[in-house]
Design a protein around this ligand. Structure first.
Ligand code: NAD
Length: 333
């Protein structure tokens, strides 16, 4: 089986490529990644010598590149490639529209032209918008708040239209917030871990009471694996681990693990359009046989340990993350 993974040099994509190479040693994996600020070839250094793994630097919006790869025996595409940071989408939505929408279109067209067996779109719980009570089902309407969420929702609709119109073998996964190794240190958990390690302030938005449902990245890899092999064509699968926590709870938990003072917490002005709570009803993927394996407290500790032990990985990335943060929020200290 030859699989094209896009965005495999990013956080979830690189974890998934490693997971697949270990679990299915006979699968051939091609990783197409543009290497934007969040794409990092170091994330898959350990795979570079694997004869079943090939990295290609390129843009999913580039039809010629995509066609060239797909026409060489690829049967399935998993599309992880995206602009993925909400704050960046607020400052400049254009690259989100290009990659997340037009890039998805390019991949869908390649799937159609080359009669591929499967196309899996890696989407997000953010497409549903905020929910005060209860949890979103796959059939609930989309109500995205940020340009990022809107670009992902648009891509989902495009995928579904290709299923309806062209009978394209599309499946969509919508997971909640992931955490774990190799996450770019601009997202809440790695940003706060690395800031705390450096004794820098932890910039907490608004009242800190926004709720997210946290999913360990390897649990998500297992869910995507299950969907790849047993998911039903034309379906959407929510993937959440029922680990809802407020941002302030996450912040305090990180500080506690690192034995740092809560004085490091610094309230900053809230993100515009900041969704209050995300919550997924994941009954459907659980019926397919998926269960999260990782306990939240243990996996958070494991994640903290990973950043503590891999300073050389994150230290150079922090410069890029901090440059952006200053542009958006000014100096912290
Ligand atoms: N991180 C989360 O918590 C989360 C939750 C739910 C869904 N998702 C979705 O999962 C996917 C992966 O997210 P992530 O957190 O790993 O993001 P990431 O930003 O770490 O990785 C994105 C990768 O895509 C690549 N890329 C960007 N534009 C590209 C283009 N035009 N062509 C080719 N490659 C391109 C980047 O170089 C990078 O390697 C995204 O589609 C995101 O929407 C993420």
């Amino acid at each position: 089986m030859k699989i094209l993974i896009t965005g495999g040099a990013g956080f979830i994509g690189s974890n998934f490529v490693r997971y697949l190479l270990n679990k299915y040693p006979d699968y051939e994996i091609v990783n197409l990644d543009k290497l934007t600020y969040s794409g990092n070839p170091e994330n898959l250094r350990d795979a570079e010598n694997n004869p079943n793994y090939r990295f290609i630097r390129g843009d999913i919006c580039d039809k010629k590149t995509v066609d060239g790869i797909v026409s060489d025996g690829v049967g399935t595409i998993l599309n992880f490639a995206a602009e993925s940071h909400v704050d960046r989408s607020i400052l400049g939505p254009e690259s989100f529209i290009k990659t997340d929408i037009y890039g998805t279109y390019t991949l869908l067209e390649a799937t159609r032209r080359h009669n591929l067996k499967k196309y899996i779109q890696i989407s997000t719980d953010e497409v549903y918008g905020s929910v005060e009570e209860g949890s979103f089902k796959e059939t609930d309407p989309l109500n995205p708040s940020s340009p990022y969420a809107a670009s992902k929702a648009s891509a989902d609709l495009l995928c579904l239209s290709y299923f309806t119109t062209y009978k394209l073998p599309v499946i969509i996964t919508r997971s909640s917030n992931n955490y774990g190794p190799y996450q770019f240190p601009e997202k809440l958990i790695p940003l706060f871990i690395t800031n705390a390690l450096e004794n820098k302030s932890l910039p907490l938005y608004g009242d800190g009471l926004n709720v997210r449902d946290w999913l360990y990245v390897l649990d998500n890899c297992q869910a995507i694996d299950l969907i790849l092999h047993k998911g039903r064509i034309g379906e959407i699968y929510n993937v959440g681990a029922d680990n809802e926590r407020t941002n302030i709870e996450i912040t305090k938990a990180i500080l506690k693990i690192l034995e740092k003072s809560e004085d490091l917490i610094k309230r900053v002005k809230d993100r515009p359009g900041h969704d209050r709570r995300y919550s997924l009803d994941s009954t459907k993927i659980r019926e397919l046989g998926w269960r999260p394996e990782y306990n939240f407290e243990k996996a958070l500790r494991k994640t903290v340990d990973w950043y503590r032990n891999n300073e050389s990985w994150w230290r150079k990335l922090k410069v890029k993350a901090e440059e952006f943060f200053k542009k958006q929020y000014g100096e912290l200290e």
